[in-house]
Design a protein around this ligand. Structure first.
Ligand code: V47
Ligand code: SF4
Length: 387
């Protein structure tokens, strides 16, 4: 046990509930949902010490990042999530964008010889871009870069694609897999509590369907991530219920790699009247996620959303992964007023950001194999490439 932790346990004024939780965590025992909810009343420093203890036990100082590109085929969407600043409803089509298959292929060609290991394809749910269109697109992407990992389509997009194509989730995912899709991103989860979901995203896939799609993907050998949208109308009990449903599924399948809490940003959407939560709340959510989600190997801070400074601090509150480096051109956050309006960092900048807080930077692929250890790497002019 490290010094900070023994100091915490010896602190006579530590509340009995928190002492019990700390003892469980230090002993490697799972905490209950009630204890998870109780943790929202604890001090940030206490949560940080526990979360950091787990983080260092699982991953030492290692901090992962990957080099990926985002392809967003369209922002036209049949759904109407109240928090979304990105989508343009079908009826407002003139304001949206639609990339043609050739536009996407051209973008891919641009990265043919670049050292990226992943392409992340997600977007709005367009009624004309269906299962077979996307299966063919993935096949073409793989023809250009057979080695690249294709992480594509949230459960929301997948539910719609399968429904329209009149196939089961298993059939739809098998078709995509056979064309080259390797894994699923974690989007669309939002908050699983049915009442909150009905208020913020009434018309898209249900929580049950989201979980079923990920379970099916895991069964087919496709790993995935899971997100959680926090900081709007939800309460601690809804966050813990969300994490608990994921923790239960992970017990069953072990198919999740990474948990990604996403901070609600209030720019230009139907929930703009709701104030954004503080950095203290962000760090609490990261720390509690690390403590509660004991069977999720990785906890990711999506830096374009919370900004590089908070992302750096989050590395002491349980986080062991910072997403995205080069040309991370997703628009979903910049349009919602995210911290980073042009979310792109060079590898050197990201490595320095990690090293500045005394962590050990490792470039990973999507499934956390080490691509390159940057701890003792010295950048030379030829390594600093602008894209
Ligand atoms: O599901 C939309 C979120 C998600 C807002 O798996 C918003 O590696 C905050 O899931 N404020 C999509 N969040 C993005 C996503 C993702 C991102 C990075 C990595 C991975 C991964 C997945 O974006 C949506 C929704 O929860 N979102 N609008 C907003 N105003
Ligand atoms: Fe469509 Fe996704 Fe935006 Fe919801 S969050 S409106 S599903 S693009």
């Amino acid at each position: 046990m490290n010094n900070t932790l023994s100091h915490i346990l010896e602190n006579k004024s530590l509340n009995a509930d928190f002492k019990k939780i700390a003892e469980k965590v230090i002993g490697g025992e799972r905490i209950t949902a009630e204890e998870g909810i109780r943790l929202f009343d604890a001090d940030l420093s206490f949560l940080g010490s526990l979360a950091n203890f787990i983080r260092e036990k699982k991953h030492q100082n290692f901090t992962y990042f990957n080099r990926n590109i985002h392809i967003e085929p369209t922002n036209i969407c049949v759904f109407d999530c109240k928090f979304c600043s990105y989508s343009k409803l079908l009826k407002h089509k003139t304001e949206g964008w639609e990339l043609s298959e050739e536009d996407i292929i051209q973008k891919m060609e641009k990265y043919k010889d670049q050292p990226i290991t992943e392409v992340h394809i997600v977007g709005g749910v367009h009624p004309k871009m269906g299962l077979h269109y996307f299966a063919n697109l993935i096949k073409r992407v793989k023809e250009i870069r057979p080695d690249i990992h294709v992480k594509a389509f949230t459960a929301v997009e997948l539910e719609y694609m399968c429904r329209k194509a009149k196939v089961s989730f298993e059939e739809g995912l098998s078709i995509l897999k056979s064309h080259g899709q390797d894994s699923l991103p974690g989007g669309g989860a939002e908050i699983f509590d049915e009442q909150i979901r009905a208020e913020i995203c009434n018309d898209k896939c249900s929580s049950e369907q989201w979980l079923e799609i990920h379970e099916t993907a895991h069964k087919l050998g496709m790993p995935s991530n899971a997100t959680m949208l926090y900081g709007h109308i939800e309460e601690p009990k809804h966050l813990i219920d969300h994490m608990n449903r994921l923790r239960n599924l992970q017990d069953k399948t072990q198919g999740f790699n990474t948990f990604i809490p996403l901070k609600f940003r209030n720019g230009d959407n139907q929930m703009s009247h709701i104030p954004e939560v503080s950095v203290i709340r962000d760090l609490k959510v990261y720390a509690i996620s690390r403590i509660f989600m004991d069977n999720f190997p990785h906890l990711k801070a999506y830096w374009p959303m919370i900004g590089r400074n908070t992302a750096q601090i989050s590395l002491s509150y349980g986080v062991n992964d910072i997403d995205g480096t080069i040309d991370d051109t997703t628009k979903i956050y910049s349009m919602a007023g995210a911290e980073e309006q042009s979310p792109s960092l060079s590898t050197q900048q990201l490595v320095e950001l990690i090293k500045n807080v005394k962590r050990h930077p490792i470039e990973r692929d999507t499934v956390y194999n080490t691509v390159k250890d940057y701890n003792n790497f010295v950048f030379e002019k030829k390594d600093v490439k602008s894209y």
